[in-house]
Design a protein around this ligand. Structure first.
Ligand SMILES: NC(=O)c1ccc[n+]([C@@H]2O[C@H](COP(=O)([O-])OP(=O)(O)OC[C@H]3O[C@@H](n4cnc5c(N)ncnc54)[C@H](OP(=O)(O)O)[C@@H]3O)[C@@H](O)[C@H]2O)c1
Length: 332
């Protein structure tokens, strides 16, 4: 039997294939009034979470979900906290509310978010400012408010909801995609930091990247040709997120086709990629007048198609391996 003990600096083995300890945990879910957030709350309740704190702006929807969950899970404690995350003080107020309730948060689900579709100049600065505040600033602030205590306890989790938009620019949803690129980079950085918290520590940071999902996202806005692509159900997204949390992986793209799309985004020339997504997301009223590609773009597209074909040949084998490596599971 080996008697060697791991060095203190050895990265902790994040609990891969060890389910998150839901029963002993208290979770805070932002954007829990509907859509993906409400489904994450239901999925957490189904997995036996001890206490749930639901947050969003719409009190009536939070109350109705809270009653539903209390009815279905009589031992579950559910609290609601109304907050508008576009307001700078909202994260601190949420923290004050959970302190007043005597709760320490073991799992923070940063799900609240919204997007806007349209030409950048028409979306306008006010909406973009709110989007950055909700999708980025409040997510970082809430993480600052709750992660340090998890690190001190040596256990906990942060589940950040980003998007497949995190992997490439999305013209006509330009600011939204940039906020989600931030969330992916932020989450992966924190994931790696949390792996170095010492032997036995188990603080997981997961970035969940759904593609199109059947919710009221952006007040039901239509997103050009993208709308005709396959959409996931919010339930599917929620389950995928908690499975990723159970595996302790840094990020998870929901759906194999979406994952393959993100690989394409890493291979194609960036100008080609931006033009391609512009075609997917161009508003319907502009669809009749696509810009004529210049020579450089045509060459880029030809190179891109060639590369895509070459990649496609080996894809069936490589995707599975790549997905495993991306998930960090190879470290086990
Ligand atoms: N649906 C998609 O196609 C899709 C794809 C990829 C990623 N996502 C991401 O998934 C997450 C959830 O979106 P969803 O699809 O479930 O959309 P949704 O149905 O519109 O739900 C959005 C949630 O965020 C909350 N929210 C919005 N603005 C807020 C604010 N200022 N302060 C506090 N809460 C706010 C909403 O609650 P209140 O209105 O009650 O405040 C609601 O609970 C978002 O981060 C979104 O970017 C969605």
């Amino acid at each position: 039997m080996s008697t060697s003990t791991p060095a203190a600096s050895e990265p902790a083995r994040i609990g891969r294939r060890r389910p998150f300890p839901y029963r002993e945990s208290t979770a805070l879910v932002t954007g829990a009034s509907r859509g993906i957030g409400a489904e994450i709350a239901r999925a957490l309740a189904a997995r036996g979470i001890g206490t749930l704190v639901l947050s969003a702006r719409t009190g009536a929807d939070l109350d109705s979900l809270a009653s539903e969950l209390r009815g279905a899970h009589p031992t579950l404690r559910v609290e609601t906290v109304r907050a508008n995350l576009a307001e700078p003080q909202a994260p601190a107020r949420i923290r004050e509310a959970t302190d007043r309730l005597g709760l320490s948060i073991d799992l923070l689900v940063n799900n609240a978010g919204f997007g806007a579709h349209g030409v950048f100049e028409e979306v306008g600065a006010a909406k973009d400012d709110d989007m950055i505040a909700v999708n980025v600033t409040s997510l970082v602030a809430l993480t600052h408010l709750y992660l340090p205590a998890m690190v001190a306890r040596g256990r906990g989790g942060v589940l950040n909801v980003a998007s497949t938009a995190s992997f490439q620019p999305v013209p006509f949803m330009t600011t939204y995609a940039a906020t989600k690129a931030f969330v992916l980079s932020f989450s992966e950085g924190l994931w790696a930091e949390c792996q170095e918290k010492g032997v036995g520590a188990d603080v997981r940071v997961v970035c969940l990247c759904p593609g199109g999902t059947e919710t009221n996202f952006g007040d039901g806005m239509k997103r050009g040709r993208f709308e005709s692509s396959k959409q996931s159900s919010p339930r599917e997204v929620a389950d995928a997120g908690l499975e990723a949390l159970d595996r302790g992986v840094p990020f998870h793209v929901v759906g194999t086709a979406n994952y393959v799309g993100t690989l394409g985004a890493r291979i194609l020339p960036r100008a080609t990629l931006a033009r391609f997504t512009a075609g997917m997301f161009r508003p319907d009223d502009l669809l009749g007048a696509p810009p004529r590609p210049d020579t450089a773009t045509k060459i880029g597209a030809a190179v891109g198609v060639g590369l895509a074909v070459a990649v496609g040949v080996g894809a069936a084998v490589l995707v599975g391996r790549r997905r495993q490596a991306d998930s960090g599971a190879l470290a086990d």
